[in-house]
Design a protein around this ligand. Structure first.
Ligand SMILES: [Zn+2]
Length: 290
């Protein structure tokens, strides 16, 4: 439910982005809907969809879901149920924003710059860590299930968040919709749009697309915080990719905070998003630990 709402808090696409999305829908023979003009696409393919349907290709070229999600959001529910082959193919577009497809009769490079959101259960039955102890999965079964998602793919996901199940009490409060500190999508979108505008004013692009040279200029840390990040790298054996992704995430958290410089709390929050168990990250709008 949270994933499907994300487009309601994203800023509208600019005109060239919207034209690209319309052109890609046109090649895929999908209807153009004027009411969705400039609304970022949201694609949520089922895990039983074929590799061609997801990635694109085929004997006569078909545009895949990852290309239809260009400039928008690609949502994979039940991530470990997707074919490991398809998941590995995602690594290329997640880095470059393109998918290259080679067949005997053609070679193409299609745009596929999407924001990936994935959801998975902690174990096959879904109850691991449940306070009522309902999980009956063996340690080996849990390990096998979690290993279906490879380390290199997880490394390319910036925010890992544990979402605990809702108690009846939480559910009632959510339905009433009168929680303290709750924001509606419009309000959140205003904050996201402002943070994005700050990024464009500073670097002419969103933080996600900063080059390493641009990061040296725009994602400076105090020498003490730089030391702290290096320590975390060693302690948690983080990759160089994770290092740069954490910096960009910290810059984004600082932008949402309207801060000129990346502060300690921004950096620590960005690092914590790599380790959901330690971060205390929880269902938005509920107090920590809920
Ligand atoms: Zn289980």
């Amino acid at each position: 439910m949270l994933a499907s709402r994300i487009c309601t808090i994203l800023p509208p696409m600019d005109e060239s982005g919207a034209l690209a999305v319309a052109a890609l829908r046109s090649i895929a023979a999908k209807a153009f809907k004027p009411e969705y003009w400039r609304v970022p696409p949201f694609r949520a393919p089922h895990h039983t969809a074929s590799a061609v349907a997801l990635v694109g290709g085929g004997s006569t070229l078909k545009v895949g879901e990852i290309t239809l999600a260009h400039n928008g959001v690609l949502f994979f529910d039940e991530l470990p149920e997707f074919s490991p082959k398809v998941l590995e193919v995602l690594r290329e577009p997640l880095e470059s924003g393109y998918i290259s497809i080679s067949r005997a009769s053609y070679q193409v490079r299609l745009p596929a710059r999407f924001q990936l959101i994935a959801a998975m259960n902690p174990c096959p039955c879904g109850y691991l860590g449940d306070t009522e102890g309902r999980c009956r999965c063996s340690t080996e079964k849990v390990r096998q299930y979690q290993a279906r998602v490879s380390g290199p793919l997880l490394d390319r996901i910036d925010m890992h968040v544990n979402v605990s199940s809702l108690s009846d009490y939480d559910r009632e409060r959510l339905l009433k919709g009168n929680q303290k500190n709750s924001e509606n999508s419009e309000e959140i979108r205003a904050r996201v749009t402002q943070a994005s505008a700050r990024q464009f004013a500073r670097a002419g692009k969103n933080n996600a697309f900063l080059s390493q040279a641009e990061m040296r200029k725009h994602c400076k840390l105090s020498s003490e915080d730089e030391q702290r990040l290096k320590q975390a790298m060693q302690q948690f054996k983080l990759s160089t990719r994770a290092f740069f992704r954490i910096l960009k995430m910290a810059r984004t958290i600082a932008d949402l905070d309207d801060a000129t410089d990346i502060g300690r709390s921004h950096l620590m929050e960005a690092i914590a998003f790599r380790f959901p168990q330690q971060s205390g990250a929880s269902f938005p709008g509920l107090p920590p630990g809920q």
